[in-house]
Design a protein around this ligand. Sequence first.
Ligand SMILES: *[C@@H]1O[C@H](CO)[C@@H](O)[C@H](O)[C@H]1NC(C)=O
Ligand SMILES: *[C@@H]1O[C@H](CO)[C@@H](O)[C@H](O)[C@H]1NC(C)=O
Ligand SMILES: *[C@@H]1O[C@H](CO)[C@@H](O)[C@H](O)[C@H]1NC(C)=O
Ligand SMILES: *[C@@H]1O[C@H](CO)[C@@H](O)[C@H](O)[C@H]1NC(C)=O
Ligand SMILES: *[C@@H]1O[C@H](CO)[C@@H](O)[C@H](O)[C@H]1NC(C)=O
Ligand SMILES: *[C@@H]1O[C@H](CO)[C@@H](O)[C@H](O)[C@H]1NC(C)=O
Length: 209
Amino acid sequence: MQLPTILLTTLGIATTAATLATTTSNPSPPATRLPLPLAPAPVPIPIPTAPKPHLKPWNLTSMRSFSPSGRPGSSPFVTLNLTIVDLNDADRLPRSALKNATLEAECDTQWSWENFDYDKDPYNRVHNCSKVDVGWWTFELFKTNASVPNPARNFLVQFEHHVKRDEVYVGVGNLSVETNVRGACGGSGVCTWYLWEGAMPVYINQARV
Ligand SMILES: *[C@@H]1O[C@H](CO)[C@@H](O)[C@H](O)[C@H]1NC(C)=O
Ligand SMILES: *[C@@H]1O[C@H](CO)[C@@H](O)[C@H](O)[C@H]1NC(C)=O
Ligand SMILES: *[C@@H]1O[C@H](CO)[C@@H](O)[C@H](O)[C@H]1NC(C)=O
Ligand SMILES: *[C@@H]1O[C@H](CO)[C@@H](O)[C@H](O)[C@H]1NC(C)=O
Ligand SMILES: *[C@@H]1O[C@H](CO)[C@@H](O)[C@H](O)[C@H]1NC(C)=O
Ligand SMILES: *[C@@H]1O[C@H](CO)[C@@H](O)[C@H](O)[C@H]1NC(C)=O
């Protein structure tokens, strides 16, 4: 069976008779050889570039991080607070339930800055977000491939919205001081970072997995 031209084209395979023809006089490798695989992505799933037409994106409504001064007596923890809403959830609830529904998930985590290993903590750990009325959310931080990764201001965050046990969506937010994060460190060493107003709203496209 022959693959449809559209699929072959999507796979980057030439479909003209000339390139598909095999000849005994030409020893060059077949034209259909696929390119070498790309270098591994920093996240386990490809970042969706476009939402499904019927899906509204997620809205990352806030991001805030706080790093303590490190002075004796100050907190040993860096705190990160994210809040996210699935804009499709309003359509998933009956009108009567919508009025009083909790749709915004708070996704919080903390890590110690003291014995901090940038290659591990706080990356690659799945956390639960707060309870919502449509399914449940988890999130996980990943090291950014941009310059100077920092889980408090320059990081990737992969959210999962489990709408139902068998209906799960994944999306990745790219938080970066180059684009959508602003903040400052005070003379005391305390740093706070948040979504830059000029970059809001920050939407995240999701894909069903
Ligand atoms: C997304 O969140 C921002 C910040 O809360 C808000 O200003 C914006 O209206 C929201 N967008 C939608 C479509 O709800
Ligand atoms: C709204 O939700 C809260 C908390 O779940 C509950 O205490 C309250 O009774 C609800 N109000 C209505 C009008 O359903
Ligand atoms: C931020 O997250 C921490 C837990 O990591 C929590 O104790 C704190 O209440 C959160 N702050 C806000 C404003 O939600
Ligand atoms: C996250 O929530 C799920 C479902 O409620 C629960 O089974 C799991 O133990 C929680 N995980 C953590 C790390 O709290
Ligand atoms: C980071 O990853 C994105 C998405 O995979 C890619 O488009 C971008 O070129 C990468 N940037 C760098 C600096 O590697
Ligand atoms: C995240 O955004 C930064 C800044 O624009 C960019 O350099 C980087 O390639 C992006 N990474 C991904 C995985 O999209």
